[in-house]
Design a protein around this ligand. Structure first.
Ligand code: UT7
Length: 329
């Protein structure tokens, strides 16, 4: 049997809605302050999608950018995976809607539901398809319209989230590429972060049914502790078998939930957060699955990732779920 191909990232893309909601805007909506939000989370502003702009719209724009960045055409893509918890509808899946919007023929398309870890989960699935020779150029998109599932009267959550999308195209590579992955889940503690119903159209449906839409419920304190431990453990679970230590990682591109969590994870890994953490939480807040995807695209765009570098994706979120992936550029 032929040796399985290695897979790597051929192109990256992102899309952020134009509308910016600042901490001062939020000060006028709920009892909060720029000072509280900045010092407790690191967030200064976030993007909010237009009322008629759905998750699949954000995803499609990010996807087009990634395909172009890879130097490919839509016709080269042979699978679409969308990581999201804010699907346009319960079904069809957001990935099927993206397939249609891209004009990507009848290639397989499915969604991955792993909340903030969804991008790493989606990449791990796509990696297997490439390695197994079943796919050549899968497209992995992480897209969220969190603004539709947030309770805008709950200061404990509404200040945290934002909308956006990031995407990558994978393909077979001769050297480097995806070196290792670690995924995990803990359904027992899943009640710490949840929402009963989903969908960026859900609030509309709920209104039609004359009931209040469901919104995100989060036990922030408890999650904080899980996040620090599980993100650090996931990182170690990926790099140790590769014979690597924290210092061998050129850049950590984490899920961006809270700057304090990320500094603590860096400390546990024995790396200098100022040098090794890629942060964009200040501009976008927590975009669930899209956070690490957009961060990855920006790290590439900003030249923070050089040939030969080992980059670590590291995510944690609802489920609970977590995932880390080492990629050599
Ligand atoms: O995306 C992946 C999963 N999510 C996470 O990993 C998130 C993990 N958790 C966190 O990031 C933090 O727990 C939060 C940012 C959510 C909250 O920060 P905290 O430092 O844990 O604050 P807290 O919940 O302990 O609240 C402290 C105080 C409370 O007031 P009292 O009871 O001390 O008087 C809150 O009512 O801050 C108050 N508070 C606020 N004050 C101003 C909560 N939200 C706000 C707010 N503005 N927006």
């Amino acid at each position: 049997m032929a040796e399985a191909a290695k897979s790597g990232i051929l192109g990256v893309g992102k899309y952020l809605p134009e509308r910016i909601l600042t901490n001062s805007d939020l000060e006028r909506m709920v009892e909060t302050s720029d000072e509280w939000i900045t010092t407790r989370t690191g967030i200064k502003e976030r993007r909010i999608a237009g009322e008629n702009e759905t998750t699949s719209d954000l995803a499609t724009k990010a996807a087009r950018n990634a395909i172009e960045d890879a130097g490919l055409q839509v016709s080269d893509i042979d699978m679409i995976i969308v990581a999201t918890i804010t699907s346009d509808n319960l079904f069809p899946s957001t990935s099927c809607m993206v397939q249609s919007k891209l004009g990507a023929g009848t290639i397989p398309a499915f969604d991955v539901s792993a909340a903030c870890s969804g991008f790493v989960y989606g990449l791990a699935v796509a990696d297997q398809f490439v390695k197994g020779g079943l796919c050549k150029h899968p497209l992995v998109i992480a897209a969220e319209k969190m603004s539709t599932i947030v309770n805008w009267e709950d200061r404990g959550t509404c200040v945290l989230f934002g909308d956006g999308a990031g995407a990558v195209v994978l393909g077979p590579v001769e050297e480097g590429g995806i070196l290792g992955v670690h995924l995990g889940a803990d359904g027992v503690n899943g009640q710490l972060l949840k929402m009963k119903s989903v969908g960026s159209y859900d609030s509309g449906l709920a209104r039609q049914a004359a009931r209040e839409p469901d919104t995100i419920f989060m036990e922030g304190n408890a999650l904080f502790k899980h996040a620090v431990k599980l993100m650090a453990d996931a990182a170690v679970a990926v790099i140790e078998p590769l014979g690597l230590k924290g210092e061998d990682i050129s850049l950590i591109v984490p899920h961006q939930a809270n700057i304090r969590i990320l500094n603590m994870v860096a400390k546990r890994l024995g790396v200098n957060p100022d040098e090794k953490l890629f942060l964009n939480i200040e501009k976008y807040g927590n975009m669930s699955a899209a956070s690490s995807a957009v961060a990855f695209a920006e790290a590439v765009e900003e030249g923070r990732i050089k040939k030969g570098d080992v980059v670590l994706l590291d995510a944690f979120g609802g489920g609970l779920t977590w995932g880390a992936m080492a990629i050599q550029w």
